[in-house]
Ligand binder design. Structure first.
Ligand SMILES: Nc1ncnc2c1ncn2[C@@H]1O[C@H](COP(=O)(O)OP(=O)(O)OP(=O)(O)O)[C@@H](O)[C@H]1O
Ligand SMILES: [Zn+2]
Length: 730
């Protein structure tokens, strides 16, 4: 009896067996509707079998076959299965993450845009004198398409029998099928700037590796024109009739970025990110699966786009933490980009001005080939960096006088300044001046942030909110005072310090609505002076030509974090924020205000830039056997009753020791110990780390260890999860 193996989006690790419908050969990659418990679910066929462990009487039949041809191919299924094993995540959950919601329902496929024919790049070269017999039907179709893309529907009415002619033209590579949507401009091709020699060299090197697996680390200082390199590579992929996937960080996929790609490649560019409406997301996904979407520009989850003709993957700002999913299916899109590239024998380009230590180590060991853009593109120069010692300075609204004068001079020159402070709200603490009481979140044991405009105290760890008390709840004194500066307060102070100068705040509160960020960044014209104040939303990707001064406040918190990645993160942030200054013709300056002007990290950045800092951090990691020189799996547990999470992790550690002798050689278990944030949202949190310098050994032990963990009675007393290659210890 033919049996279908079906992956079903439910939190269970196995695939399920169903009886195949009679007479039809349902291929792997097709979606089917199957009975599941009392419900029906839409799953994906991953394979066939002739026998099942389920007794024939109990084997249920597939209720409907939803796709005649596979929606995803073997490479896609293999990647998903690999990822589910590697990240120790149930295949069903992985599938749920990878498949758009719209395709998990047994409904007709969403509207796919208008299918249309268009001349290919090759065809367009023939327009003046096509090698086609005059008066032939093939020639008439060609001439019609030379005027622009035409939908199938229009061709059906205008040129009956066009399909045979289309086949002939397609064979000669003169035409292609495109998808026209109402909003996308058609065939736009704005040429980019002439490339500089470094860009040309990078594009040449990667292009020469088309058709084989080759990872590239593209290290380009901020403003060096990395995006132009991606655009050039995408163009080269398209010329070979291949698809290209470009991943950008969560906050990097702005309309500005999308416009840059659409200007170059027209409607063949499809965006894919979690902010899309479900219908749009499914449509882009399907366009990718059919090969109509030639360029996919997306965030983390776009790594799961099915791309049958994929020729190139680029990962921009590869160090960005948003490539790692932090719950459920905890995959790294950057790392999966390498897995897919290897499976498809294609190059993958990881680009950054501040590459992750993981990627730098891979480049040093020779696994990745290195490309460098050492200078800013065009005429721009790197910004100068000044450290402002705030220890003895008399601060004005939290700003050192030296900094205030620099901002003043900047706006008087008619230029723009960016004040970076990674703290939204008015003030991080609300303190009673009489008795020392301050507003804490009881569920997190951390100060609540004072949001003055909303009149609320908000916990930034669990989002708990309360009204601002009018007097101190302890001593009933009236002297409640905001301590420290958040972006909201800085906006107010800068307005007072520089009357008449526009001050624009960019943080999560002011950019809540769709398009708000763009609107804020468009408020100042390219020749207007003004001040931006904001959080890390302003840190990267933006290209503001009149911005010449960047001030960085409050980095000191990052100098004292317990996370071993804190220094790497801080270095990246400082360099990225600094990179916003002086990107066009005018020179830029960066002011870093700190209580620790002599801190080793800042000294290294100042003297040798990110490269020097990264090298010394790598040496420290090597000595301490920390990633990238060791591989980690982090078991987190949390419960209302702290004893329960601790008891569970103690049992889990014991379970590890009980696994077969020898299987734990080379694996070290650390903990359990309290999480860096030991209490959050009322839950007590602990963690246990498994670490090995040998990735394969760690991988081999995890499934058996997890089986034992799942069987522990204490596993039902706490909420727990396993994070393979964690990037945050929080
Ligand atoms: N060859 C070139 N000649 C002139 N200008 C260029 C060239 N390449 C890029 N530019 C311009 O330089 C600016 C920075 O380029 P781009 O945004 O590609 O840099 P990037 O390396 O991606 O920057 P970042 O990582 O800092 O966001 C843009 O305004 C871009 O149009
Ligand atoms: Zn809280």
């Amino acid at each position: 009896m033919p049996i279908l193996k079906v992956a079903v989006p439910v939190p269970l690790p196995q695939v399920f067996d169903y009886r195949a419908p009679r007479g039809t050969g349902v291929r792997p990659g097709c979606r089917v509707e199957v009975p599941f418990g009392r419900d029906r679910r839409v799953g994906v066929v991953v394979g066939h079998a002739s026998e099942s462990d389920v007794p024939p009487g109990k084997l249920k039949p597939v209720t409907a076959v939803l796709d005649e041809t596979p929606l995803v191919n073997g490479e896609w299924l293999a990647t998903l299965q690999w990822a589910s094993r590697y990240y120790q995540c149930a295949l069903g959950i992985a599938l749920e993450t990878a498949l758009p919601v719209g395709l998990r329902q047994a409904k007709p496929l969403p509207f796919e845009g208008y299918r249309a024919l268009a001349l290919s790049a090759h065809g367009r070269q023939m327009v003046s004198d096509p090698p086609l017999r005059r008066g032939s039907r093939v020639r008439s179709l060609f001439e019609r398409l030379a005027e622009g893309p035409v939908t199938y529907a229009a061709l059906d009415t205008d040129l009956p029998g066009w399909r045979d002619s289309a086949t002939a033209l397609r064979h000669r590579g003169f035409i292609e099928t495109v998808s026209l949507s109402a909003s996308a401009p058609v065939g736009a091709r704005v040429p980019g700037p002439p490339l500089n020699p470094h860009q040309t060299e990078a594009i040449g090197a990667v292009t020469a590796s088309f058709g084989r697996f080759q990872p590239w680390l593209l290290e380009g200082v901020t403003g060096s024109g990395k995006t132009e390199v991606y655009l050039g590579l995408v163009e080269a992929a398209l010329a070979r009739d291949r698809q290209a996937l470009v991943l950008v960080p969560e906050i990097g996929l702005t309309p500005q970025t999308l416009r840059r790609f659409r200007d170059r490649f027209g409607p063949a560019v499809h965006a894919l990110h979690s902010g899309l409406a479900e219908g749009e997301r499914s449509r882009a996904w399907l366009a990718a699966a059919r090969g109509d979407a030639k360029v996919i520009l997306g965030t983390r989850s776009a790594i799961f786009a099915p791309l049958p003709a994929l020729g190139l993957i680029a990962v921009d700002e590869e160090h960005d933490a948003s490539y790692k999913q932090q719950d459920g299916f905890r995959y790294s899109a950057r790392d999966l980009a390498l897995v897919r590239a290897r499976a498809l024998s294609i190059p993958v380009v990881l680009g950054s001005a501040t590459a992750s230590l993981e990627s730098l180590a891979n480049a040093e060991s020779g696994r990745y080939a290195r490309l460098t853009l050492p200078q800013r593109a065009g005429a721009a120069k790197p910004p100068t960096l000044h450290i402002v010692d705030q220890r003895r300075a008399r601060l004005v609204h939290g700003l050192a006088p030296e900094l205030v004068s620099a901002i003043k001079a900047c706006v008087q020159r008619g230029e723009q300044a960016l004040i970076f402070r990674n703290r939204r709200g008015y003030a991080p603490v609300l303190l009673c001046h009489d008795c020392g009481w301050h507003a804490d979140c009881e569920r997190c044991n951390k100060p609540m942030t004072f949001h003055r405009g909303r009149g609320r105290l908000v916990c930034h760890h669990c989002e708990a909110e309360r009204r601002v008390p009018v007097q101190c709840p302890e001593c009933h004194g009236p002297a409640l005072q905001p301590q420290g500066q958040g972006t909201e307060r800085l906006e107010e102070s800068l307005g007072e310090l520089f009357p008449g100068v526009p001050v624009i705040r960019v943080d999560r509160e002011t950019t809540r609505n769709r398009g708000a960020m763009e609107a804020l960044l468009d408020r100042l014209g390219p020749h207007q002076s003004g001040i931006y104040v904001g959080t890390q939303m302003l840190a990267k990707g933006h290209d503001l030509p009149n911005l010449t001064l960047v001030a960085i406040l409050g980095v000191d918190e990052g100098l004292h974090s317990v996370d071993f990645r804190a220094s790497e993160r801080l270095g990246q942030l400082v360099v990225q924020v600094s990179g916003r200054a002086g990107r066009a013709h005018k020179p830029g300056a960066v002011y870093l205000q700190t209580h620790h002007p002599d801190h080793a990290l800042l000294a290294k950045l100042l003297r040798g830039g990110y490269r020097a800092l990264a090298e010394s951090l790598l040496a420290e990691r090597r000595a301490a056997e920390l990633p990238p020189f060791a591989h980690l799996a982090l078991l987190r547990a949390e419960a209302k009753d702290g004893e329960r999470s601790l008891a569970f992790l103690n049992d889990a550690a014991a379970a590890a020791r009980e696994t077969e002798p020898g299987s734990l050689d080379g694996i070290e278990f650390m903990g359990p110990f309290p999480a860096p944030m030991p209490l959050r949202a009322g839950l007590h949190r602990f963690q246990l780390i498994a670490s090995s310098t040998d990735r394969a050994r760690l991988q081999a032990c995890l499934p058996r260890w997890l089986d034992r963990i799942r069987a522990l009675p204490s596993a039902r007393q706490a909420r727990w999860s396993l994070d393979v290659d964690p990037i945050d210890l929080y």
